[in-house]
Design a protein around this ligand. Structure first.
Ligand code: VGL
Ligand code: ZN
Length: 210
């Protein structure tokens, strides 16, 4: 077996002060850095996803004449309308400055097609197109993933469900995740859904001592 650490969307816009701030989003960075150290010591790959939207992305409420945080439909799929966030090349789209970025073996960008949202690091929300992530993992012989990041109830959840669907043994480092929580229980429900789909929920110390 070969394991990689997959860090989901540890970007400024999902941290306090950002355009789509997740409560305590910045507290995931220290957890990520400790998980990174543990992986580097074991010569395991560390990779990251990056939400990377064009300014005309139709998931942005303003581009779809909707109110942020409400629900609509985009290309036949249910869509939450988001504030403008993670626009390509902006500081909001950059990784958090404290993240040990030098450790990243590869970065997989998503959400570049303006007509469809892309929560998962593997596929868009309609599973119509995929990123290079699955092929990259297969080319490296990676069979096991440890996943953490932002946000628990969107990009972490869909990345983990897709990883399981693609056959990866998948751990979630729960301390390293924070959620948007449009509804108060969303993150808790997301973790339960991941667990029920076969993910193993672990603490940082369990991950380090595995
Ligand atoms: C995300 C909403 C919109 C995430 C990305 O990273 O969880 N959520 N775009
Ligand atoms: Zn987004």
């Amino acid at each position: 077996m070969k394991t990689a650490l997959l860090l989901i969307d540890l970007q400024n816009d999902f941290c306090p002060g950002g355009a789509l701030a997740v409560a305590e989003g910045d507290q995931t960075i220290a957890i990520a850095n400790q998980a990174i150290e543990a992986c580097l010591a074991r010569q395991e790959a560390v990779i990251a996803s990056q939400d990377w939207h064009p300014a005309n992305h139709r998931s942005f409420a303003v581009n779809s004449h909707a109110q942020p945080g409400t629900l609509g439909e985009l290309e036949g799929l249910p869509q939450v309308w988001w504030p403008i966030h993670c626009v390509q090349g902006t500081s909001g789209a950059a990784f958090h400055p404290q993240l040990k970025q030098q450790a990243l073996a590869a970065v997989f960008r998503k959400g570049e097609n303006p007509n469809i949202d892309s929560y998962s690091a593997f596929f868009d929300n309609g599973r119509r197109t995929q990123t290079a992530l699955d092929n990259w993992l297969k080319s490296q012989g990676i069979t096991h993933l440890a996943v953490m990041g932002l946000a628990t109830d969107y990009c972490v959840k869909f990345s983990v469900l897709d990883a399981l669907h693609l056959g990866y043994h998948t751990m979630v480092i729960t301390e390293g995740c924070r959620g948007v929580n449009l509804q108060p229980e969303d993150s808790q429900q997301a973790l339960l859904a991941m667990q029920q789909a076969g993910a193993q929920l672990v603490t940082l110390s369990q991950f380090i001592q595995r």
